[in-house]
Write a protein that binds this ligand. Structure first.
Ligand SMILES: C[S@@+](CC[C@H](N)C(=O)[O-])C[C@H]1O[C@@H](n2cnc3c(N)ncnc32)[C@H](O)[C@@H]1O
Length: 248
């Protein structure tokens, strides 16, 4: 089942990668969410070894290069995304290491090596959160930082109808689902906020910050009308969950 899911998702991502080229990378954490410019979660990354989980087209790593990171590493399931990231990062000053691999597996990354591991809107694709968090923990140095953003677990369970929110899936329900906003078969994992927090705690992370805010401008009102991440829905519910934690 897991292998089948990864196969399906790899195929979908190879097909749709061009539509996600440079979409919402750092300094953004997600659509209609506060950005790094508002939150200042990263701190000083100059001289840091950083690893991007689900690095996509490589634009967040490009941002890390601009902030002076010493080494840029990335993992992504999709061959197309990794090829694109290689081009996007072709002229950066820092050394780059990219791996075509599911985040659930370790493609041979060093242990206790990274100052920061982060993941921008990719973690919810994992078919095995435990294995993924265990990997992240192993890659990080003690005291290293892990930051991730993902669609807020309430967002896909609630629907906005005539200005009111309706919960059409149980919040208790967890597991794989075929996401309706995708027009190709793509299987994401529905988890609860507590599952993310408890998995991090169980694997030796200390939570430093949880962010469930939105950042809405007048410009977004029109730009995000009738979208999956709609302005109106975001006035009532967070689009994005952001967690910052530290390896103990
Ligand atoms: C929305 S994109 C991420 C964008 C990227 N983080 C950025 O900052 O520009 C989600 C990425 O997750 C990758 N992905 C999906 N399932 C994955 C898995 N199991 N392991 C690793 N990467 C995965 C996809 O190929 C895609 O590139």
């Amino acid at each position: 089942m897991v292998l089948e899911t990864l196969k399906v998702n790899k195929k979908s991502w190879d097909e749709v990668a061009h539509r996600f080229y440079g979409r919402n990378p750092l300094p953004d954490y997600g659509p209609l969410a506060p950005s790094e410019e508002d939150l200042h979660l990263l701190g000083d990354v100059a001289g840091c070894k950083v690893l991007d989980i689900g690095c996509g087209s490589g634009h967040s790593l490009l941002y890390m290069n601009e902030r002076g990171a010493a080494e840029l590493w990335g993992v992504d399931l999709s061959k197309t995304q990794i090829e694109t990231a290689r081009n996007v990062l072709a002229d950066v000053t820092a050394p780059v290491q990219l791996f075509e691999s599911p985040m659930e597996n370790d493609p041979g990354l060093p242990s206790n090596y990274f100052d920061m591991v982060y993941s921008i809107f990719a973690l919810g694709w994992t078919t095995d959160l435990q294995a993924t968090i265990q990997n992240v923990h192993r890659y990080l140095k003690t005291g290293g930082t892990f930051i991730f953003s993902w669609e807020h677990p309430l967002h896909s369970r609630a629907r906005l109808i005539d200005g009111s929110l309706h919960l059409d899936k149980s919040y208790h329900e967890e597991g794989p689902y075929d996401h309706e906003a995708w027009h190709a078969l793509a299987i994401m994992q529905q988890l609860k906020v507590s599952t993310y927090i408890n998995t991090l705690a169980d694997h030796g992370f200390q939570i430093e910050k949880i962010i469930e805010d939105v950042a809405l401008t007048e410009e977004d009102r029109e730009k995000h009308e009738n979208r999956w991440y709609s302005y109106e829905k975001a006035t009532k519910l967070p689009t994005t969950l952001i967690i910052k934690c530290k390896k103990l």
